[in-house]
Ligand binder design. Structure first.
Ligand SMILES: NC(=O)c1ccc[n+]([C@@H]2O[C@H](COP(=O)([O-])OP(=O)(O)OC[C@H]3O[C@@H](n4cnc5c(N)ncnc54)[C@H](O)[C@@H]3O)[C@@H](O)[C@H]2O)c1
Length: 357
């Protein structure tokens, strides 16, 4: 089993990301070894629960746990205050108390939602992440950010609540649809672009067989998760290094919004990264051949195929609106070299729009 250790902020302790094919069937033993509560509530979405719930619950029961299962609808619409309240009431009805633990079995939605609930239920209970999408394995489940949405926008209510354990089993990905795999791959590519240039040619070579080669997939997830872990460990709240994780996201968010969310997040980020590579060449000294190679890689993965018609003006309007809420001018994460990210302030919107075109 592979392990990545992460410090618990403000405490002289750490928590771990455990990674191994088949791990979902040994969860009880790992929870035991960490002294985690036996009163366990598993939160999942109905699709994941149908595909993967039974074996996980049975394995936990075999190891002496009596887990309760709570489910929500699949997809972003579950990240609401109404669902948090409904789950909290269900927890109370089933006898959950301060010494209970919540285990998120699902993608980033289930992780964000149940992490938020775990952070406020009885002023905070132990939380365990068992991510089932690639995006959650390499990104959402790591770093302790939790959130729900409000009608005006995504992730507007949230907390920091670190999990006591992140247990990653790449075998969950056997059932993950192609579009969701691509979403996660955008974040893996991002990890390579900002921190691990050696990962990029490896991804390029293994593109067609990545999800059939369990060893390689495990290694790639390990590398990408370790990069996210290293960055958040160095910088738990939104400081400079954590901002590197926004590579491709400035324009990506604008693209998502301008497409009315028809463009999936991963594809939007990938297109944002392609534009950021162009900008990096202009503003941060990224060698043109590296920028071109990086953009080719994004294209080869299929991120640019069958794009909806998008008005660059609308994208830039969404970007400016998004940014004005937080800071003046456009701030981009750019690359000085592949694997070396920098923060670039005051990027002229006209240049950003040109990069997008
Ligand atoms: N907290 C963070 O730091 C952080 C970081 C990035 C993203 N996020 C959040 O993560 C969310 C997106 O996460 P996501 O992309 O994992 O989406 P998701 O959780 O909605 O999962 C995508 C779809 O895949 C299905 N699914 C999940 N695992 C499956 C499996 N193994 N087999 C088959 N189907 C499966 C789900 O039912 C869902 O329909 C967003 O809400 C985003 O805001 C949070």
């Amino acid at each position: 089993m592979r392990e990545i250790l992460l410090p618990l902020p403000g405490r002289d302790q750490s928590y771990r990301i455990c990674l191994s094919p088949g791990l979902r069937l040994d969860l009880g033993q790992i929870l035991d070894s960490l002294g985690l509560p036996r009163r366990l509530f598993v939160v999942s979405d109905r699709r994941v629960a149908r595909l993967h719930g039974a074996p996980v619950l049975q394995a936990l029961a075999r190891d002496g746990y009596a887990p309760d299962l709570l489910t929500v609808s699949p997809g972003e619409r579950a990240k609401t205050w109404a669902v948090v309240q409904r789950l909290a009431r269900e927890l109370l009805a089933r006898g959950a108390h301060r010494g209970s633990a919540l285990l998120a079995l699902g993608g980033g939605v289930v992780g964000d939602l149940s992490g938020f609930l775990a952070s406020i239920f009885m002023r905070g209970v132990a939380f365990i992440q068992v991510p089932t999408t690639l995006l959650a394995m390499v990104d959402a489940a790591i770093g302790g950010k939790t959130a729900i949405n409000l009608p005006p926008g995504k992730n507007l209510l949230g907390t920091f609540h670190q999990p006591r354990l992140v247990a990653v089993d790449p075998q969950f990905l056997r059932t993950l649809p192609a579009a969701e795999r691509l979403n996660g791959l955008a974040e893996v590519l991002k990890a390579g672009f900002i921190r691990a240039p050696d990962l990029l040619p490896r991804l390029a070579l293994g593109r067609s067989r990545l999800f059939r080669d369990e060893g390689e997939l495990t290694e790639i997830i390990h590398r990408a998760a370790a990069i996210k872990a290293e960055i958040v460990a160095a910088d738990e709240r939104e400081g400079d290094r954590r901002r590197f994780l926004n590579f491709g996201h400035t324009l990506g968010h604008g693209l998502e919004q301008a497409s009315n969310f028809r463009l999936p997040h991963g594809r939007a980020v990938a297109l944002g990264m392609a534009a950021a590579l162009r900008l990096s060449e202009k503003l941060a000294g990224l060698p043109p051949e590296e920028a071109r190679w990086g953009r080719g890689l994004i294209k080869d993965f299929g991120f640019t195929r069958n794009l909806p018609d998008l008005d660059p003006g609308a994208v830039m309007a969404a970007v400016s609106l998004d940014k004005k809420r937080r800071e003046d001018g456009l701030v981009f994460v750019l690359l000085r070299r592949l694997g070396e990210a920098v923060i670039q302030e005051n990027v002229p919107p006209t240049l950003a729009a040109a990069a997008l075109a």
